[in-house]
Structures are given as C-alpha cells and as structure tokens.
Design a protein around this ligand. Structure first.
Ligand code: BDP
Length: 330
C-alpha cells in the first residue's frame, strides 16, 4: 500500500513537471517602427516561426509603433528586469549598456553595406553579439538586421563641418553618439527623444535636426520639417533583436535554442525588405523636393577628421578590433 502510494505520488510529480515544461509562454516584443517597416515585418516573421517551430509552446505578441516603449533605452531596461521578452532595437542604445558593441558602429568605419555584413556575419560580429549576454547585461543578442547608413537631416543647409556649429541635434541614447554630435556642433547630442517624437521636437525648435537612414527619415515624416539631408553616411548602425535573460528563464532550453535559430533565419528576410524600402524611401524624399547635399571630398574629410577625439575616447579599448574591421574589406 505504501509502495503504491509512493508510486502514485511520483507519477503525479512527473506529470506536474511535464505540464510546467510544456506550458505555453506568451512574451511581448517591442518595436518602435510602424507596421510594414522592414524590422516590423521581420518581427512578425520571427513571432510566426517561433510559434510554429515550438509547436505553440512559445507565443510572441508584437507591439509596433513604440506603443509599449517609445524610446529604446527604456525597452532595454525593461528587458533587463524581465518586464519584457524581446525588443528589436538599434545597436546604438545597446552601446550604452554593453560598451564593447560600440566597436562595430564607430563613425566612418565601413566602406559600404557589404563591408559591414562581412564583419557582422564573421567572427567579430558574432563574438560581439555573444558578448551582449556574456557581459552580464541580462540581455541576449539574437541577430542583426540591416538599417543602412545614417546621415544628418537639418532645418538648415550645411556643406562643411563649420556650418554645423551651434546646431542642436537629436541623437540616440548612447554617450558615443552624443559626443559625435558635440564634436561637429559644439553642443552634445540631445537624447531622451524617441524616433517617433523627433518630428515634433524639430517642429517646436527643441532641436535643429537629427540623423537617420532614408527609411526612418521618410517613414516618420521628418523630411517635412527638416528639409536638408546631408549625405555624410556617418554611421552604419545595425539593428539587433534582443531577448531578456530573465523573461526567457521560463522557457525550456530546447525551445530557447529554437528561438535563437529562428532569429538568425529571419536576418535575410529583413535584409530583402530593407533593400526595397531603402530605395522607395529615398525616392519619396527626393520627390518631395528635399535638398540632398552631397559633400565634396574635402568636406567629407572634415567630418571624418572631427571624429579623432571620439576614437580616442570610445575606441581606445577596442583598437585591435577596429583595425581588424577596417582591414576586413581588403
Ligand atoms: C532607426 C532604428 C530605430 C531607432 C531609431 C532612432 O531603426 O531602432 O530607434 O533609428 O534613431 O534607424 O532612435
């Protein structure tokens, strides 16, 4: 009788454990862009594939338009404390939490998109992505997405660094990007403004401009209020799909592996959507009568040279990696 009771109890325990292991988990994903934007399309594809491959054990609800978190640093903090499952963010704010990730987004670092992808898909990029978790940030870097290159857009025409003096520029929440603006304008980059809030910040004169890629400049309608796009392509900042270590504790290790794989599988999907959107946005912006300033070789060099102190302050600890990145394209 006692034996039977022990057996029944053990059986019960096994069943209970199995139920916990296969329980459904629903997690939220935060995205600042609108539906239809390349990263938002990729978020949905990621959610669809995760649900399919985990046979419904993991469900992901995608919240676009910054409806959960308007500014990315706050979404990253939410990931750290496990209030949020996933966030598709720019690598730039991640640099404020994991400084080593700055090495792959230094100003004027890459020659073109191919150069950047060679680095990101190679040893350096993958080690940087893994470093997000091993740094103890509480974040898991799942994959990179394309975000083209960023240029300044302003309410005034600029042809050289000298013309930038005194301009207030909205930058992303990363000390290195704040400094980048300061080295060009004399005023530290203005942060705490989400990408969806830039339009009104420019309209109200809180800032004189911002910096971003063609699709964000167009999709957020910022080209309507800042009519000068200065094509200096100062940075190539990839997007990163982040997960929360704390929130993903509830997930079975096998399902976690599926999530990691699925994320990597969505990279090419986003890159294709990106290529199409980048062309479309540039065409829309140009057709609207925006002044697109192409810098002379000399003026471009002026922008590049102004970054010397930034490399000293933010790149010193990663000098080897930065050098490896530079030579990757040769
Ligand atoms: C866009 C990125 C987005 C950033 C935004 C920004 O896609 O993730 O939040 O820039 O400047 O290009 O904040």
């Amino acid at each position: 009788m006692k034996k039977l009771l022990t057996l029944a109890l053990s059986l019960l325990l096994v069943c209970a454990l199995a139920a916990v292991a296969s329980a459904e988990v629903t997690l939220k994903l935060s995205e600042v862009h609108a539906e239809g934007y390349p990263t938002a399309l990729a978020d949905h594809e990621f959610a669809r594939l995760v649900e399919e491959k985990t046979e419904g054990r993991v469900k992901i609800e995608v919240y676009t338009n910054g409806s959960l978190y308007a500014d990315e640093p706050t979404s990253i903090e939410a990931l750290q404390i496990g209030d949020l499952g996933f966030a598709r963010v720019s690598a730039s704010p991640v640099g404020a939490f994991v400084p080593s990730i700055n090495a792959i987004q230094m100003p004027y670092l890459y020659n073109n998109a191919e150069h950047m992808w060679k680095v990101l898909d190679g040893e350096i990029g993958q080690a940087m992505l893994a470093g997000i978790q091993s740094s103890g940030s509480g974040l898991i870097g799942l994959c990179y997405y394309d975000a083209g290159s960023r240029s300044f857009y302003l309410t005034k025409e600029v042809h050289a660094v000298a013309d930038m003096q005194g301009l207030k520029i909205r930058t992303q929440g990363n000390p290195m990007m704040i400094r980048m603006a300061e080295l060009l304008t004399g005023i530290p980059g203005v942060t705490g403004i989400g990408p969806g809030e830039v339009y009104s910040a420019i309209q109200n004169g809180v800032v004189d401009g911002a910096e971003n890629n063609w699709p964000t400049y167009q999709n957020m309608s910022d080209y309507e209020v800042a009519k000068f796009y200065i094509l200096d392509s100062h940075t190539r900042v990839p997007e990163i799909l982040l997960a929360s270590e704390a929130a993903l504790k509830a997930i079975d290790p096998e399902d976690l592996e599926i999530i990691k794989q699925v994320a990597k599988d969505t990279q090419e999907f986003e890159k294709a959507a990106w290529a199409a959107k980048e062309k479309e946005s540039e065409a829309i912006v140009r057709a609207a009568g925006t002044t697109v300033v192409e810098l002379t070789t000399e003026a471009y060099k002026g922008f590049q040279d102004a970054m010397a102190p930034l490399y000293e302050e933010f790149g010193k600890d990663y000098a080897d990696v930065i050098e490896q990145i530079r030579t990757t394209d040769q």
